[in-house]
Design a protein around this ligand. Structure first.
Ligand code: PLP
Length: 368
């Protein structure tokens, strides 16, 4: 969390319920309004379009479920267009809806071996909602979201964009993007954990998933977390102000990491292809298990993640790599290096010095 966000959070930790009409409630309301204005300015939208949620996951659910529920309420058979590489916040939501709503049709935009969608023909016919991520959380691949939005506008399909990996890292202008809703998550840009954003156009609006006191246009009822909102706004403003500089710094750092790994470790496979987020590098070291690599790196103070989801201790291959056509055996050795605001040149030097030994030990341990 950025220092500025911690300070803003602490300063407003004791504000009261912004729904109160008494003086302290009005004070809280004015801090919340200020947070909305800062977010709107940073993301090119109107303050009324800013909905604070409890996470990026919640924002994705409110949009996808909301548009589908609205169609069901009108007696329509919902149709969803999405991609096979979505984060579980969208992917599992779409799958849960298709299990529970009879007749729901899901079409997937295909993904190339580089991790990008290209063939948009599944969007040629109008759908209830299209849910497409702006950048992938595993590979960092930046999707052609403007083309997706243009196609959705042609058919009148509401577009939900999962921009959790993009907001605070690449410029976002919601007013010109052409999306109907857009999800973000504060902890991805130095804000607090447990705050998300759902930008929502005035129309069409997703049907409420929660019912309650009608706060936030009824889309997300419930008492708002004012301290979380203002801390998020402050972090976002700072992150957006640093985009150009950070993009250049991280692009250079990530390129150096990639070249260093290619020069010192044999038989590695790189899954991060242009255009991609500046700080992502998703790599497989065939013959090694991701879990071994993670533990060995961790013991050296280097924190890396697997692309795969671990469920009940079983390491499952990444659905993103599967969609890119990567063999399961290879994808089981895939780990993600994510460089960010706090990553330094020295960190990359240290990682490059340790990587050959770690990979060798992990390969010796073999595959489970
Ligand atoms: N969507 C994407 C692309 C993500 O990377 C994440 C989190 O990593 C989420 C959604 C979920 O956001 P949150 O962790 O705030 O629930």
């Amino acid at each position: 969390m950025r220092r500025s966000a911690i300070d803003a959070w602490v300063e407003h930790a004791d504000v009261l319920n912004p729904g109160g009409t008494y003086a302290s409630g009005r004070r809280a309301q004015s801090v919340l309004a200020q947070a909305r204005e800062i977010v709107a300015e940073a993301l090119g939208c109107e303050p009324i379009e800013v909905i604070f949620t409890g996470s990026g996951t919640e924002a994705d659910n409110l949009a996808v479920r909301g548009f589908v529920n609205a169609a069901v309420a009108k007696g329509e058979t919902p149709q969803v267009v999405t991609t096979p590489i979505e984060h579980p916040a969208v992917r599992e939501t779409v799958q849960a809806l298709s299990r529970s709503i009879g007749g729901l049709v899901v079409d997937y935009l295909p993904v190339s071996s580089s991790g990008h969608v290209g063939d948009l023909s599944a969007l040629n016919a109008p759908a209830t909602v299209a849910a497409v991520m702006w950048a992938n959380n595993e590979t960092g691949a930046i999707q052609p979201i403007e083309d997706v939005a243009a196609q959705c506008q042609t058919t009148g399909t509401p577009l939900h964009v999962d921009a959790v990996q993009v907001v605070g890292h690449l410029p976002v202008d919601f007013s010109t993007l052409g999306a109907t809703t857009l999800a973000a998550s504060a902890h991805k840009f130095g804000g607090p954990r447990g705050v998300g954003l759902l930008l929502t156009k005035r129309s069409p609006v997703p049907a409420p998933v929660l019912t309650g006191g009608g706060q936030q246009r009824g889309i997300r009822p419930g008492t708002q977390d004012v301290a979380g909102a203002i801390a998020t706004a402050v972090a976002l403003k700072e992150a957006v102000g640093e985009i150009d500089e950070e993009k250049q710094r991280l692009t250079e750092l990530t390129a150096r990491l990639k070249q260093g790994l290619e020069g010192s470790v044999d038989k590695l496979e790189i899954y991060t292809h242009s255009p991609h987020l500046p700080g992502h590098l998703f790599v497989s070291f065939p013959g090694a298990e991701a879990d071994s690599l993670i533990m060995l790196f961790d013991s050296l103070g280097i924190e890396v993640a697997a692309g795969s989801a671990c469920s009940s201790g079983v390491n499952r291959a990444s659905h993103v790599l599967e969609a890119m056509g990567v063999e399961e055996k290879t994808s089981r050795g895939a780990i993600r290096f994510t460089l960010g605001r706090t990553t330094t040149d020295e960190d990359v030097d240290y990682l490059l010095a340790q990587a050959p030994g770690v990979v060798e030990r992990a390969r010796r341990a073999g595959m489970a």
